[in-house]
Design a protein around this ligand. Structure first.
Ligand SMILES: CC(C)=CCC/C(C)=C/CC/C(C)=C/COP(=O)(O)OP(=O)(O)O
Length: 361
């Protein structure tokens, strides 16, 4: 085999097309390997082979050298082994989920994705690579959640405090987030596969325009999806959410108050400020909850924070008063099926304990 070239693309056809002009030596996408041998160029990507789309770039495959053909056959063999293992894995996961579903499945799981940069640092990678791997981990975990019929998933993607990071990091993270947001509505995306409605939660005005526009596009495109809900908290903190909700609730009441008062007889004043027993609270719990960004989902049953941290870091403070907290020591890119299963088992144990306790009381 003469040469191996690595190329940076997830699109097989785009990759193949790009391969004629662009190659780099960095293995950015381990699955995509371009073998150039004996005048034949073939895209040998496990992903691609699995979907049966193997692309020959040479004018005729018969021009390929024996070395090339041998390498090609080896890749095909490896691929069928991988397919077998992944089919077996899917089957085992289905069985496991069937057993788990005998007990109660949480309606809503929230994730604080912590540890992308530490993961990158430990492996001598760029921070951005850590975030990319974090996104890949997120996609797997979302798939497991939706396979388990978890109706609501919420993720902490970017806090208002994260804007204080160095400008280059914020810029590259925002660019990555924009790219990933756009990807959410591609045909083959998990959002389309599982009919997920996506909400972006937070003070979206703080985002750069391209990111905000992408978020709005995704919200509009998925507004008709009803199977599950994904809430992406971005430019979000709980304190900001609460202050904003109180502010909107006050404005709403103030408008009502003015309308009532304009009818004469200080009607608004009597109703809200109080007249003996008839007086109502100016602002009640429901008035605030109606204006929370997170009104799109019930309170989370479980909050999972990776990297062993047990702080909430200004995430869903209003909503998580009764949530079970689960904090595996794995960094976010390392999160996997076992962590999700452990969290759900903890939830099921806690639920049955709470039910027993209620009966005793
Ligand atoms: C759907 C969508 C757009 C998702 C965005 C996904 C994504 C990868 C967001 C980055 C989240 C983030 C700041 C993680 C925390 O790691 P950290 O930087 O705090 O790492 P550290 O804890 O090691 O410092």
């Amino acid at each position: 085999m003469d040469e191996h070239h690595w190329i940076n693309s997830t699109e097989p056809f785009a990759t193949a097309a790009a391969a004629t002009t662009t190659t780099t030596t960095k293995p950015l996408l381990p699955f995509s390997r371009l073998l150039i041998s004996g005048g034949a160029a073939v895209l040998v990507a496990s992903e691609t082979c699995r979907r049966g789309r193997l692309l020959l770039l040479c004018p005729s495959a018969s021009t390929a050298s024996p070395a090339f053909c041998e390498a090609f056959e080896m890749e095909k063999g490896k691929d069928s082994r991988n397919t077998f293992i992944s089919t077996l894995g899917n089957f085992a996961r289905k069985c496991l989920f069937g057993i788990l579903s005998v007990g109660p499945i949480p309606d809503h799981i929230a994730f604080i994705m912590d540890g992308n940069r530490r993961y990158a640092k430990r492996r001598d990678l760029e921070k951005e690579a850590g975030h990319k791997l974090g996104f890949a981990a997120l996609m797997s975990i979302l798939r497991y959640c939706y396979e388990l019929n978890v109706k609501y998933v919420t993720i902490y993607a970017f806090s208002i405090d994260n804007f204080k990071r160095c400008p280059e990091e914020v810029k590259s993270l925002m660019e990555l987030i924009r790219e990933k947001i756009e990807g959410l509505i591609r045909e083959e995306s998990i959002v389309n596969q599982y009919g997920i409605r996506v909400h972006f939660i937070g003070d979206l005005e703080l985002l750069d325009e391209p990111v905000r526009l992408s978020a709005e596009r995704v919200m509009a495109a998925t507004a008709g999806n009803t199977r599950s809900v994904l809430s992406v908290c971005i430019a979000y903190t709980s304190t900001n959410e609460i202050v904003n909700a109180v502010h909107l609730a006050c404005e709403e009441k103030w408008d009502e108050f003015r309308i009532l008062d304009s009818c004469g007889g200080a009607y608004g004043l009597t109703r809200y400020v109080g007249n003996g027993e008839n007086g109502e609270n100016f602002i009640g719990l429901e008035d605030i909850e109606r204006h929370m960004y997170m009104k799109v989902a019930p309170a989370p049953d479980i909050v999972i924070r990776t990297s062993g941290e047990t702080r909430l870091s200004n995430f869903l403070l209003w909503q998580s008063g009764h949530s079970l907290l689960y904090s595996p020591s794995a960094l976010w890119p390392e999160i996997g099926l076992r962590h999700l299963v452990c969290a759900i088992l903890n939830f099921q144990r806690d639920r049955s304990y709470m039910e027993k306790k209620k009966k005793i009381l």
